[in-house]
Write a protein of this length. Structure first.
Ligand code: FAD
Length: 198
């Protein structure tokens, strides 16, 4: 039987971490990251002045939520699934120790964002996640009206639910997609997404 194929759009911190999490939960899925530029994790490199402020020493989820007055409700479910404690543990399990500054900001003990980049690159290599640069996604279409995917099994309910159109590339098919294109884009760059029919 064919393996499930999931495409993650965006080769930044969110796209990498998402792809790695999918691989940890579903080791038999085919996972591909599509990045439009020729650089990976470029914002991670400059983050925290080149040191990468990975997380904050705030293990209390309710207290953490209070720090997001406009996003508290939206973030609640996500934080109860994966919050600062899980972030610290995940990096420790993957060989990255963090230290805490007086104000609570947490950085890798190396004080270098390269440590985080190396960790992510090591994990995608370990899980054989394909990372394709210079693959700009221009549009995504449902292949049929009842396209869907079961979350937990490896069984494919609908074959290739999505077609991904890219700049100057042959289209790709996927059973599921994850969009991690970051913020600060000009809104017209996301017209294809606003027109996407669920
Ligand atoms: C100077 C600076 C310092 C920062 N410091 C910190 C810090 O210390 N700690 C912290 O947590 N955050 C910091 N941030 C915020 C940081 O940007 C985010 O936390 C994180 O990098 C965002 O990751 P992301 O994957 O969501 O987005 P991005 O890093 O923006 O990644 C999105 C990726 O998607 C790609 N993409 C977009 N559209 C498409 C498309 N159509 N097809 C294919 N690929 C596409 C983009 O090229 C990009 O590579 C900092 C930001 C800046 C600018």
């Amino acid at each position: 039987m064919r393996k499930k194929k999931i495409i993650v759009v965006g080769g930044g911190a969110a796209g990498f971490f998402c792809a790695i999490q999918i691989a940890e939960l579903h080791p038999h899925w085919d996972i591909i990251i599509l990045e439009k530029t020729n650089k990976l994790l470029s914002k991670v490199k400059v983050s925290g002045g080149g040191r990468c402020n990975v997380t904050h020493a705030c293990p209390d989820v309710e207290l953490l939520l209070k720090k997001y007055p406009r996003g508290e409700r939206f973030l609640k479910k996500a934080f109860y699934q994966f919050a600062t404690k899980n972030t610290i543990e995940w990096f420790a399990q993957n060989g990255v120790q963090l230290h805490t500054e007086k104000d609570g900001r947490m950085f890798p003990t190396t004080n270098s964002s390269e440590t985080i980049i190396d960790c992510f690159l090591r994990k995608v290599h370990q899980y054989k996640i394909q990372v394709l640069t210079q693959h700009e996604v221009l549009d995504i279409k449902h292949n049929n009206s009842n396209a869907s995917i079961t979350n937990t099994s490896n069984e494919i309910k609908n074959q290739n639910a999505f077609t991904i159109q890219m700049q100057g590339r042959d289209p790709m098919q996927a059973d599921a997609i994850c969009l991690a294109t970051g913020g600060m884009l000009k809104s017209d760059r996301l017209n294809w997404l606003t027109q996407f029919e669920v």
